[in-house]
Write a protein that binds this ligand. Structure first.
Ligand code: G3I
Length: 371
């Protein structure tokens, strides 16, 4: 079944310029079901949680999408703006325009902003890869000093290090290879947190990782790695505030919610908060029927959140964008196959910003947490 929009309206919304015209024509962000309460951010707050989404420059081009964030998001995470690959076009330049724009948008909608991410072994500009390890070590320290100083006191939290693990690289401890691991070895992780602490005494520091949710071999390796690394950080005196579990779920992966729940409890037992930082559902393994895909994605999301939100240390949920239209899954697929017609549906709102069953599943999970 097509998204519940007339073809003319859906076509009309295809471009950002049309969105502005749509607003001028009095076209609103599709209303929630009649009588439904306010957005997910407000529902989360009633449960003592936060809810929000990652954000990138689409909100500067698409006024309807901007309005959807205003209604739904109670917290934001920078997607691309504060990544090394965007901040650092070359070895001598820091380009803060996007980061400052995202901070401005967060302030405009009254949402705190999470910084993602100071140090990641991916998103490596060519100029960095061309440096010696000694030069990379100087870049590492200078980057953290400059960026963390600039945003000190302005952010809700930092994903100081993102995705430290990738067992597929074959390194001891399952660490992810890349320019920082090559320059320092796994010690780059502790160094990064200590460096931020030396220039910013306030911002909550988060370790952010993917793939901790499933009960396949990778999930077990990642959970073990996170626990070891958290203990290393805490033993080193790092002011670690939370662990970010990304929550990129997939209907094709195996889950055992007792296993995942026990993992959450072990992290909480270390005095840490837990954020679900990048929730979405990869539905590529499902049959084509949209209603069936949306229902199964919503059911998986519900099961995951029921487990996560039973743990008091879990303080909030952030999806990786709000609408299917701007999901990284869709961007990735269309970059590989511009003519693709079966498009991913990983998020709570469809490409026309209509609420999907996943939105109701998230809202219901918040209501259950609220009791
Ligand atoms: O904005 C530039 C544009 O100016 C330039 O012309 C173009 C040329 O390639 O690149 C554009 O930047 C792209 C950026 O997204 C913004 O669209 C980068 O190439 C592209 O690599 C980047 O992809 C992002 C990816 O992380 C790598 O940073 C995805 O949007 C983003 O959704 C994805 O998010 C990651 C999280 O950070 C970590 N967890 C997994 C998650 C999904 O992969």
């Amino acid at each position: 079944m097509p998204d519940r929009l007339t073809c003319s309206r859906r076509d009309f919304l295809r471009t950002g310029a049309a969105a502005t015209a749509a607003l001028a024509a009095g076209l609103q962000v599709p209303a929630l079901a009649a009588g439904a309460p306010a957005g997910l951010g407000a529902l989360a707050k009633k449960a003592g949680l936060f809810f929000g989404a990652s954000v990138a420059d689409e909100v500067e081009r698409d006024d309807l999408y901007r309005a959807l964030y205003k209604r739904e998001a109670g917290i934001l995470t920078t997607d691309w703006a504060l990544k090394f690959g965007n901040l650092r076009p070359d070895a001598t330049t820091y380009d803060f325009r996007d980061g400052d724009a995202m901070l401005g948008f967060a302030r405009e909608i009254g949402a705190p902003l999470r910084g993602h991410t100071l140090i990641w072994n991916e998103d490596r500009p060519d100029w960095l890869m061309a440096l010696s390890n000694a030069e990379r070590r100087r870049v590492f320290d200078a980057h953290i000093d400059k960026v963390a100083s600039r945003y000190a006191g302005k952010l809700h939290s930092w994903d100081v290090v993102n995705e430290p693990f990738w067992p597929g690289h074959g390194l001891a401890g399952g660490f992810r290879d890349g320019p920082w691991t090559e320059a320092f070895g796994p010690d780059y992780v502790v160094r990064a947190y200590k460096r931020v602490m030396s220039v910013d005494a306030r911002t909550r520091l988060v370790l952010n990782e993917a793939h901790a949710e499933s009960v396949d071999e990778l999930g077990g390796q990642i959970r073990d790695g996170i626990e070891r690394l958290v203990d290393t950080l805490l033993d080193a005196g790092v002011r670690l505030g939370a662990v970010g579990l990304q929550g990129h779920l997939a209907t094709a992966l195996p889950y055992d919610w007792d296993v995942f729940g026990s993992f959450l409890e072990r992290l909480a037992g270390r005095g840490l908060d837990i954020y679900i930082t990048e929730l979405d559902v990869d539905d590529s393994g499902l049959a084509d029927d949209i209603d069936d895909r949306d229902r199964q994605a919503a059911d998986l999301c519900a099961a995951f959140l029921d487990t996560a939100l039973k743990v008091p240390a879990v303080k909030g949920v952030i999806t990786w964008q709000l609408s299917d239209r701007y999901s990284w899954y869709r961007n990735q697929l269309l970059a590989e196959n511009p003519g693709a017609t079966r498009l991913p549906r990983p998020l709570p709102f469809d490409a026309a910003f209509e609420a999907k069953p996943m939105r109701a599943a998230i809202a219901d999970a918040f209501a259950r947490r609220a009791g």
